[in-house]
Design a protein around this ligand. Structure first.
Ligand SMILES: Nc1ncnc2c1ncn2[C@@H]1O[C@H](COP(=O)(O)OP(=O)(O)O)[C@@H](O)[C@H]1O
Ligand code: SF4
Ligand SMILES: [Mg+2]
Length: 384
């Protein structure tokens, strides 16, 4: 069977701040296979962004720290990779689209320079000049900006043995080649007047435009794993749909996988093949998106769907989930949902329920099979 591109195992992350130690991500396991889109959904504060940032190790350490677990990206445990080597992993394999584009665009670079760097990294990788991050090969030093012009590339040798081969010479681009390609990506993300925008700085752009620039950057690098954290929240609906299509094109082109994070069940239903529902730092239900949304097997998922305006609902009523999301510095013992759960029993307050297969025809252990972290999943369909 194909190996997963990403395998997260029993990952726990805490934030240590003045107010205490917050367990933002607790014992999360997740496999993402090539050509799959895995959605993560959950209320604000449940740990989605922390999980997303932990994979390429971009969360602030400190206050964040990885308490336990592994993050295997194409077989290498990123938890063990020194932070100084992480830019190489990010540059060649993991692309990110963040919730807040201003934090991830460099204010000192024009749009052209922001995007061209991603394109150059990819070209160099395609030419074999950047060692891809597999099985401990020699790392490419991402901190030095790659050469951009034919003359500088030819005089400052970049091949490991110091020889620029004919086939490589043919593929070295000029600045105007790069400009053309950057313009193509700007058109792809529907930037009006790309010829003007390409020379502007981030602060001269609107929020929606910055979001599109960041999406263009991430897509132009053609990462094997694209992590998108609420990527479309600053975009209007038509642009959202176009961006989702562009992401799926990436899958077809480079066999990529996508981790797609959103609090919007509708966007997840449209985008993802599989979905993980997070509650208070844990994944409490996982499975094929249609199955999970049509017949949830965790009370929280069922209540979340009943509270959502559009999706998979026939009776038109909307309910709120009683109670509050727990304080992650003092999460309830056992099942973290028990204070709000209508079918909680004493056993629920003792040990956290494991994320176990729930198919009615017997346990299904396939990757991506429907699983729930509830002691009584068979009672969920009967809940109002
Ligand atoms: N930089 C930070 N410092 C301290 N605590 C944080 C920080 N970022 C997030 N947290 C805590 O981690 C929890 C999860 O946050 P986050 O991952 O941003 O959730 P989500 O993306 O689902 O809204 C929150 O309860 C929040 O209090
Ligand atoms: S384990 Fe218990 S408290 Fe938790 S969701 Fe299931 S029934 Fe409710
Ligand atoms: Mg978030």
């Amino acid at each position: 069977m194909t190996e997963p591109i990403l395998r997260v195992q029993n990952l726990s992350i805490t934030y240590t701040v003045g107010a205490g130690v917050f367990q933002a991500v607790s014992d999360v396991s997740l496999d993402i296979y090539p050509r799959r889109v895995v959605g993560i959904v959950g209320e604000t504060g449940c740990g989605k962004s922390t999980l997303a940032q932990a994979i390429p190790r971009l969360m602030p350490e400190p206050p964040a720290s990885i308490g336990s677990g592994q993050i295997f990206f194409r077989g290498t445990d990123l938890v063990k990779v020194p932070k100084s080597k992480m830019p190489m992993v990010r540059g060649t394999g993991i692309g990110m689209i963040f919730q807040e584009p201003l934090n991830s665009l460099n204010p000192a670079y024009r749009v052209f320079d922001q995007i061209v760097e991603a394109i150059q990294i990819r070209h160099f990788r395609e030419m074999g000049l950047v060692k891809s991050f597999q099985g401990g090969e020699v790392p490419f030093d991402y901190s030095k900006r790659p050469t951009t012009t034919v003359s500088s590339a030819l005089t400052r040798s970049v091949l490991p043995d110091g020889v620029v081969e004919e086939k490589v010479k043919d593929r070295i681009r000029t600045r105007s080649d790069y400009r053309k390609e950057v313009l193509e990506y700007l058109r792809l993300v529907r930037i009006n007047d790309p010829e003007t925008i390409i020379d502007l700085f981030p602060h001269e752009l609107s929020g929606g435009m910055r979001q599109r620039i960041m999406i263009a950057m991430a897509l132009s690098e053609k990462p094997q794993l694209l992590i998108a954290d609420e990527p479309t929240s600053a975009l209007d609906v038509t642009i959202q749909a176009q961006v989702l299509t562009l992401m799926k094109d990436l899958i077809d082109e480079v066999d990529a996988a996508i981790l797609f994070i959103s609090h919007d069940l509708g966007v997840i239903a449209e985008t993802a093949d599989e979905v993980g529902v997070m509650y208070a730092g844990r994944i409490i239900e996982y499975g094929p998106v249609d199955e999970v949304f049509r017949s949830p097997r965790h009370p929280y998922t069922k209540m979340l769907l009943a509270a959502a305006p559009r999706i998979y609902k026939s009776d038109g009523s909307l309910r709120s989930i009683p109670g509050n999301v727990p304080n992650l510095s003092r999460p309830p013992p056992g099942c973290r949902f028990h204070p709000r759960c209508p079918i909680a029993r004493p056993v629920c307050k003792v040990d956290p329920p494991p994320l176990a297969p729930v198919t009615s025809s017997g346990p299904d252990t396939r990757a991506g099979a429907h699983r729930s972290a509830c002691y009584f999943p068979e009672e969920v369909p009967g809940l109002p």
